[in-house]
Design a protein around this ligand. Sequence first.
Ligand SMILES: Nc1ncnc2c1ncn2[C@@H]1O[C@H](COP(=O)(O)OP(=O)(O)OP(=O)(O)O)[C@@H](O)[C@H]1O
Length: 370
Amino acid sequence: MTTTTQPMLTLIGVSKRYGQTTVALQDIHLEVYAGEILCVLGPSGCGKTTLLRVIAGLEDADTGQILLKGQDLRELPVHRRHFGFMFQDFALFPHKSVAENIAFGLRMARRPAAEIQRRVAEMLDLVNLEGYGERSIFELSGGERQRVALARSLAPNPRLLMLDEPLGNLDQSLRDALMVELRSILTRVGVTALYVTHDQEEAFALADRVVVMNRGRIEQVGRPEAVYTHPASPFVARFLGFRNLIPATLEQPGNGRLRTPLGELPAPPDAAGRAAGSYTLLIRPEAARWPGQGELPGSFRLEGKLTRRSFRGSHYGIELEVAGSQGMERLHFELPAYSLSSDGGEPVLRLPDPGASIELAIHPGLMTLL
Ligand SMILES: Nc1ncnc2c1ncn2[C@@H]1O[C@H](COP(=O)(O)OP(=O)(O)OP(=O)(O)O)[C@@H](O)[C@H]1O
């Protein structure tokens, strides 16, 4: 990432309503830095597309300001913004060749023929489609079409590239491969990119920073690792797929203990410095070990009934039912299935059948207070 200190794009208090009741964007403050890939992540209807449309100038904000390198976007006509788009419904021209599709923006900008030819060749090379220039779009696979769409949007060298669920129509394995390729292409070109998706894995794989939205508001902005390790709210945690969220009370912040429906538990390290009060405790699925097998020092024991067990190769997905003060709590863990301290026997952990009472070692370092 090549960031500079002045943001490329600044949103100040941007709001947008549709009709009387739908608040699509509410008081959005956001900075996008040159050369970064910013992924806007959130559930359906949270305002992601509206955010892109307002920046693109396809929709007017009701209030607030959008600055491009300090200049108010309202003073800059849409065609002079030099933004590029790769939207799911922004289809390729099916009857034109790959090269003609890629050349489209350059022709619209009336660039000289020699420059267009050179740029198309560069773009074909960039997206690993050398030799495909004369093919028609019909002769391409879904993944190849997306690469042509990317080449077309990058060809005019946009100041800002906006991508809205560009991999949405592809099957999972193709998406996985293209996510990695897309990040590598975007960083190589150094383009500033705003990428909308509802898929957290896609956002994590692509982003320099992630913006998590909920009902038109920004819940959290940060590096993917920071957002995953320290979700800012129970909403973000749930959206990222965390399921072990338990009410917790920090009575005496200094004593390192938490009161929860599962009983008194050691507080996670990030409880230090927090005020006394009510919180939500997140226990990560990775926090559990089979006692004695790779157990981390400082772990505590949690007893319960093993209610589900599914072998996933590298780990077991398990459900543990724990009797709590407010009824049964169901916790979900990813238990490493292999032990590195094997004594020459089978390295794979053999779990008892569902129904058995078990004890797990839980490490407080993999818990966090929200
Ligand atoms: N043109 C419109 N007229 C009225 N309401 C709209 C319009 N466009 C969007 N909305 C509403 O605004 C809210 C935000 O929509 P938006 O398309 O930005 O969400 P999104 O996060 O991109 O969702 P998805 O992931 O499903 O595309 C939704 O409640 C939607 O129904």
